[in-house]
Design a protein around this ligand. Structure first.
Ligand code: HEC
Length: 118
């Protein structure tokens, strides 16, 4: 297939793919999703301990991190590097800046005003 045809297909996929569709993720967001699932979902998955605490503190809408529409890059950075409530912190040796930036790109994908993770 020619390159313009491939680009056109990619554009159609981007327009028709919903937020929940894997195809609508950029490469960095897809990497962030994989890292999030490997590192954070243990507590932030649907039946995770943190999800339960966030539901109690913020309500159903904001319980699941991966579906939040109001997370910002600076807030995620602070939560992960310094901790928020009982959230454990991650040092750079445990989670590199590049990996945190990818996770952040994934978590702010539903919040266009969420800032830049770079
Ligand atoms: C060992 C469990 C655990 C793991 C693993 C974990 N978290 Fe958390 N996280 C928590 C807890 C507990 C809270 C605070 C919930 C509360 O008290 O409201 C929290 C809160 C947060 C918040 C703040 C949400 C808000 O609106 O205040 C962010 C952002 C966050 N975590 C991001 C992450 C990311 C990104 C990762 C993976 C790199 C991660 N967490 C891994 C337990 C965890």
């Amino acid at each position: 297939m020619s390159r313009p045809a491939l680009l056109a297909l990619a554009a159609v996929a981007a327009l028709t793919g919903g937020a929940a569709s894997a195809q609508s993720l950029t490469a960095v967001q897809a990497r962030g999703k994989a890292l999030f699932e490997g590192t954070c979902v243990y507590c932030h998955g649907p039946s995770g301990h943190a999800t339960g605490l966030l539901r109690r503190r913020l309500g159903d809408k904001d319980a699941l991190l991966a579906e939040r529409t109001n997370l910002t890059a600076p807030y995620i950075h602070i939560a992960v590097r310094r901790g928020v409530m009982s959230m454990p912190t991650y040092r750079r040796a445990e989670l590199s800046d590049a990996d945190l930036a990818s996770i952040t790109e994934y978590l702010i994908r539903l919040n266009p005003g969420g800032g830049s993770a770079q």
